[in-house]
Design a protein around this ligand. Structure first.
Ligand code: THU
Length: 160
């Protein structure tokens, strides 16, 4: 029997102001997108902003549904829109901010497993890393240099 250890690396910024200017602006787009989330069931609003290599910024937010599983997370709303409108563009980075109407979120909120899987597909498709920055409403910002670092042992087309 052999043990395998998997390590990953995240970088933590103290707050929004500690981010490089262009990243801060992208995160502010995620804040704006969060305001338009439709989340009457969870009261948990998420905004995502993507920078494409053609300079476009695409945003998305979570869209819930009375039939709960029919809703969609912010990250996938944004990434699928980007994929549908700019199929040839590469995604450089994604900024995510999550906030609850029930209590203030002060720690970085990572993308859910389904969103990680969806983002991983695009990272493989474009053969280039996607940087992921995520935070709550306030507080520290976490950065991953690639989606792959957030999804060890990912499932991808190589096994099909
Ligand atoms: N949500 C996102 O938008 N992104 C995530 O990565 C995690 C969860 C949304 C889905 C749902 O509308 C609400 O947050 C509560 O789960």
């Amino acid at each position: 029997m052999k043990e395998i250890k998997i390590e990953t690396t995240l970088y933590i910024y103290e707050d929004l102001d500690a981010l490089p200017k262009d990243i801060m602006l992208l995160m502010q787009k995620a804040f704006e997108a969060r305001k338009n989330a439709y989340a009457p069931y969870s009261n948990f609003n998420v905004g995502a902003a993507l920078l494409l290599d053609n300079g476009e910024i695409i945003t998305g937010n979570n869209q819930e549904n009375a039939s709960y599983p029919s809703g969609l997370c912010a990250e996938r709303t944004a990434i699928y829109y980007a994929g549908s409108q700019y199929p040839k563009a590469k995604i450089v980075r994604m900024a995510i901010s999550a906030g609850s109407k029930n209590n203030q979120t002060t720690k970085p909120i990572p993308p859910c497993g389904a969103c990680r899987q969806a983002i991983a597909e695009y990272e493989i498709k474009q053969d280039a890393n996607i940087e992921i920055y995520f935070m709550g409403e306030t507080g520290k910002v976490a950065k991953s240099n690639s989606l792959a670092n957030l999804l060890p042992l990912g499932f991808d087309k190589s096994v099909l």
